[in-house]
Design a protein. Structure first.
Length: 148
């Protein structure tokens, strides 16, 4: 169970993400096609790691781009929490959607921290496209992991 402080931090982080996304509403982009298969090697590595040492369910799942992947101190930053780091490269929100069944759903997390959106904008997606993709991800969580 997460503390009131951690809930507040998650809520503030969520609000910051939404503000970040809305700050780009006037951005134009090309909305290039996404190639999620470029991350297959990283996803297979996560699955291999999970077979050797499966994380327990109910943890805090961190997913997203390299900002998450490079966060080496998650365990120290969240002591006494079962943290799972599933950041991969320069991923975008559609990548997290594409691999949802493989690197989100199996962990049955109680909390999901998604850091994504900057690579989407940098890759030519509009703010509306990023927001729409975030809603797709959120709906997947609500439908398949209602306890998260």
């Amino acid at each position: 169970m997460i503390s009131r402080y951690e809930s507040s931090v998650c809520f503030i982080s969520f609000r910051a993400l939404i503000l970040f996304l809305f700050s780009f509403l006037t951005c134009e982009g090309t909305g290039k096609l996404q190639n999620s298969e470029q991350w297959e090697e990283a996803i297979v590595a996560f699955e291999s790691q999970d077979r050797k040492s499966p994380p327990s369910s109910g943890g805090v799942l961190f997913i997203g781009s390299s900002s998450i992947r490079k966060w080496d101190s998650l365990s120290e930053d969240f002591p006494n929490k079962n943290v799972i780091n599933r950041g991969f490269g320069g991923s975008k929100i559609p990548d997290s959607i594409h691999f949802f069944e493989r690197i989100v759903q199996p962990y049955k997390p109680s909390v999901i921290v998604l850091y994504a959106g900057d690579n989407d904008i940098g890759g030519g997606h509009t703010a509306q496209q990023v927001f729409d993709n975030f809603k797709v991800f959120s709906n997947l969580v609500a439908k398949r992991l209602p306890e998260a």
